[in-house]
Write a protein that binds this ligand. Sequence first.
Ligand code: NAD
Length: 478
Amino acid sequence: MTDIFGSLINGEWDISGPQVKNVNPSDVSTDVGAMANGDAQNVSDAVGAARAAQPAWAATKLEERKNILHNIGQELIDRCDEIGTLLSREEGKPFAEGRGETYRAGEFYQYYAAECLRQIGESAESVRPGIHIDITREAVGVVGLITPWNFPICIPAWKMAPALAYGNTIVLKPSEITPATSYALADVLDRHLPKGVFNMVQGGGDVGAALSGSKDVDAISFTGSVSTGRKIAQAAVQNMARIQCEMGSKNPMVVMDDADMDLAVAQCLHGAFGASGQKCTASSRLIVHEKIHDEFVEKLSVAANAKRVGHALEEGTELGPVVTEGQMDKILGYMQLAKDEGGELITGGERLQRNTEGYYLPPTIYTGLGNDARVNREEVFGPMTCVIKVGSYEEGLATANDTEFGLAASIMTSGLKAAEHFKRNATFGSVLVNLATAGLDYHVPFGGRNASSYGPREQGEHAKDFYTIIKTAYTNPG
Ligand code: NAD
């Protein structure tokens, strides 16, 4: 019997919508159940349920709220093998990554469980004698969360945990590409939270548009592509809803001639090809000093070739398939474009066959293209990176900054002067030294600049800037 992954509205599961088959990207002859597609009425009902539940949730005692978030986190941690396996089957990332992502989602809940007890407030003296002023933060209200498929449990977690910690109620619209993982997550939350505090409507862009256009939502937090983010921001602003968008990028790693070569190769390999390059922080432009360019390319190519591409749940797999046939075709299109633009293919570049039919692509490296090539300006979102040759640190920094995006940038160098200068002058939300652009901590702020980001930061204590609203109270004690 097929598993049907439906929507959760006011504590009730709804599987009545049209069913959409959920293909396993490691083996397209099998599927991972089917999604019951929600609709605008489901969104309206979910928003209504969240609105009704919000005052009581915001009034829940701090320790009770803390314990609930802690227990959600603990369940995700305890079940990370089981849920991680489902995630890997559905999305295609190797089991170690699926498990790690589920564990990390649990850590987000436990971090924000502790945040429930951090009493945020200030007091100020008035310019008028005898008047007292308190500055406090309150929940924003009902938040709509719209999330992508590439971290189907972690991204909802890093939005939902702070939203709940600060007293908001939620309507989540997860990606239509990962409905099974979304179901598993919603099932956990449903068992720990009062009815209506957390609601989820499954479906695609039309369901997302109904949520971002809802007049009864106070804030929308979105993660996904720039083109979708622009539409969502426009819709939210019509209703004066708060908006936070984290979107795509074209992240550079500058490799200087004084870099530790083995470390540089290892970090670039991890940054470019982890999760098959399907990360917003993927290192898709490797900007390498001309003195070490050839040696670096040779070593990176050998290391990339040694990566084992295969079924997400097969032991030893280092790169799983990409998520869908559509994504695979898009990435193959960029590989062809790199050739058409005059790039030299160093390794990879073609679909792979494995024991099961899946969307398998190898780690792919191109050289010989300038930063103005389309493949160096547009987000590919796959296991493909380009090495760009530069003659100096200054040229490396200028090339890194020459992009419409601004999520993460890194420099590999043993020189303190270049490292410090880069940290201050790279125009990105996260800047790293001797580390890949991908792979960031969960207790500190995350976000980008320019086209990559709009609105306040996510994660860490700074998440309160989005999920709370400031109140200034004056008292004349008489
Ligand atoms: P996407 O923009 O296609 O979809 C994201 C979500 O938006 C999905 O839930 C989708 O159903 C929904 N959606 C689509 N059209 C909509 C509309 N008109 N109105 C409302 N909702 C709509 O992105 P994707 O392919 O799922 O994810 C990949 C993208 O996400 C990449 O660009 C990647 O860089 C980005 N991403 C960014 C971050 C970050 O934190 N900056 C993290 C992960 C992924």
